[in-house]
Design a protein around this ligand. Structure first.
Ligand code: DGI
Ligand code: FE
Ligand code: FE
Ligand code: FE
Length: 187
């Protein structure tokens, strides 16, 4: 499936607000890809599809996580985390996306992970800073993202963890491994 077809598909299945968010992620991911020398078409495709599973039922998502043998610890954490791996599965089986890098960018867009590829970093950040995002601290990451991707990523991951701590949410291992990894790469 090409990007145009994928966009028509997600427009059909996502509520309008989520589709608007997706368009914001697409524009941001493309701009970041141009700026940082990533494949723009891959960034566009990953962004279009990244939240494809966002409105799936918890039961459906749970079944797919079990059936596809995704990290079973996901089921012990907030269901908000489930749409990312489930989305990568749907991208593969319903949209026939074959690029492992695109599938990983979708799979890890919510938590991040250690050793992210350039595309994974771009999708994680684009999701965080797209124009529809309005939370405190977003402007700083937005300004950094085009100059220094690694610095922007460090700030985004750190702010995400602080947000989770404030909400007394548990922090998924991939999120912590992502944090440890990006902090290691600090100058
Ligand atoms: O799908 P979006 O809303 O566009 O954004 P997203 O896929 O980045 O999901 C963000 C949500 O995921 C946000 O409510 C925080 C939550 N989240 C991210 N990492 C963790 C987490 N929640 C828990 N409990 N633990 C995490 O490690
Ligand atoms: Fe998401
Ligand atoms: Fe995110
Ligand atoms: Fe998103």
């Amino acid at each position: 499936m090409n990007c145009e077809e994928a966009l028509v598909y997600v427009k059909e299945i996502l509520p309008e607000r989520r589709f608007e968010h997706t368009l914001g992620v697409v524009e941001t991911a493309k701009a970041l890809a141009v700026k940082h020398g990533a494949d723009v078409k891959q960034a566009e495709m990953a962004a279009i599809v990244h939240d494809i599973a966002k409105h799936h039922s918890r039961d459906d998502m749970k079944k797919i996580i079990e059936q596809e043998k995704f990290d079973s610890r996901l089921l012990l954490f907030h269901h908000e985390l489930w749409h990312a791996p489930v989305g990568s599965y749907l991208a593969k089986v319903t949209l026939n996306i074959e690029s492992q890098d695109i599938l990983n960018a979708i799979r890890y867009h919510t938590t991040g992970r250690a050793d992210m590829s350039l595309l994974e970093k771009i999708i994680y950040l684009a999701d965080y800073i797209e124009p529809g995002r309005k939370f405190a601290g977003v402007e700083e990451v937005r300004a950094l993202a085009y100059d220094d991707l690694e610095k922007a990523l460090r700030k985004a991951v750190k702010q995400s963890i602080l947000f989770l701590l404030q909400k007394k949410q548990r922090i998924f291992p991939d999120t912590l491994e992502c944090y440890n990894d990006v902090m290691l790469q600090k100058e």
